[in-house]
Design a protein around this ligand. Structure first.
Ligand code: AMP
Length: 289
């Protein structure tokens, strides 16, 4: 596995792989890898023959300086996990390599107005800027993003089309701990008590699924029940519990088309997000979470 630090080196190695006839798969991350990240590499391997992963804690997407300063890091462990997963090239730029002038930004309208976009000012602009730069540096054929960050994935799909990046965007399902907690690098910050209380989020999603299968379609009724379950766990703060249309991530009153049920909740200083995609048809509702 190549560990590379500069744009030039990445371009040289990727060009060589392309010349050898390989399709390039790409998984951008902020490191402190877990099974969720590895599942993205596995998905990428199903579509492409040369795997690139980036590890970069992107300061400009953090709206909270403490969150950035405390973001967990263990590069040596990340390299071992990436190597074991079959990654061919890891790109680990520093801030100087990524941001020379810091004058140019990419943003996506409409899709970022609700959910995390409403609660983390500047966050998505930072994400889209770094992903655009990484697409230009790596020039992958496909890039894989996790459902866990659904607003990010849906917006990046639109950004890729709008800016004509020749990259296929692939969405991979959320990987969970056995007890239901969605894997996240930030879970490391939860103390044992918060870790147990945080299970209320996935429990609330399961309750929503149950209500959908009993033909409940009212967003207000479902979010009220989810709020009750999450409030019982004494969260430090609920940012949102929302139901939006999948297509434009706008709020809906009734679940009658492909939708997203999403929540963002703080336990202590740790902000956790989770969601479920709901597909409805004559046969009922199918939930992926
Ligand atoms: P991060 O390192 O948190 O910025 O995440 C990098 C990529 O991994 C993003 O596409 C995330 O959506 C994805 N990801 C994070 N957690 C999970 C998870 N539990 N399951 C699947 N993908 C995930």
């Amino acid at each position: 596995m190549q560990i590379l630090y500069t744009t030039n080196d990445v371009r040289t190695h990727v060009a060589k792989a392309k010349k050898a006839g390989k399709l390039i798969g790409f998984v951008p991350t902020m490191g402190y890898l877990h099974r969720g990240h590895i599942s993205l590499v596995e998905e990428s391997k199903r579509h492409t023959g040369y795997q690139v992963m980036s590890i970069f804690v992107n300061r400009i997407q953090f709206n909270d300086a403490n969150d950035f300063n405390n973001y967990p890091k263990d590069l040596e462990r990340d390299f071992d996990l990436a190597r074991d997963a079959g990654v061919d090239l890891v790109f680990v730029p520093d801030e100087k390599e990524m941001y020379r002038n810091n004058l140019t930004f990419v943003d996506v309208d409409v899709l970022t107005k609700n959910l995390c976009g409403a609660h983390r000012p500047g966050h998505f602009r930072g994400v889209f800027t770094v992903v655009s730069k990484l697409f230009n540096i790596v020039q992958p054929d496909a890039a894989v993003f996790g459902q866990k960050d659904i607003q990010q994935a849906v917006s990046i799909e639109k950004m890729t089309a709008d800016l004509d990046f020749p990259v296929r965007i692939i969405l991979a399902p959320t990987v969970r701990e056995e007890d239901g907690l969605a894997m996240s690098s930030r879970n490391k910050h939860l103390n044992p008590d918060e870790r147990i209380r945080a299970l209320a989020i996935s429990r609330a999603l399961r309750k929503a699924e149950e209500m959908l299968s009993s033909d409940e379609r009212s967003a207000a009724a479902i979010t009220a029940e989810m709020t009750r379950i999450i409030e019982e766990s004494s969260p430090t703060k609920i940012d949102y519990i929302s139901i939006v249309r999948y297509g434009d991530l706008d709020f809906i009153d009734t679940i009658s088309e492909k939708s997203v049920i999403a929540a963002a909740v703080f336990y202590g200083a740790t902000r956790l997000i989770d969601n479920m995609i709901v597909e409805t048809d004559a046969g009922g509702a199918r939930c992926v979470y």
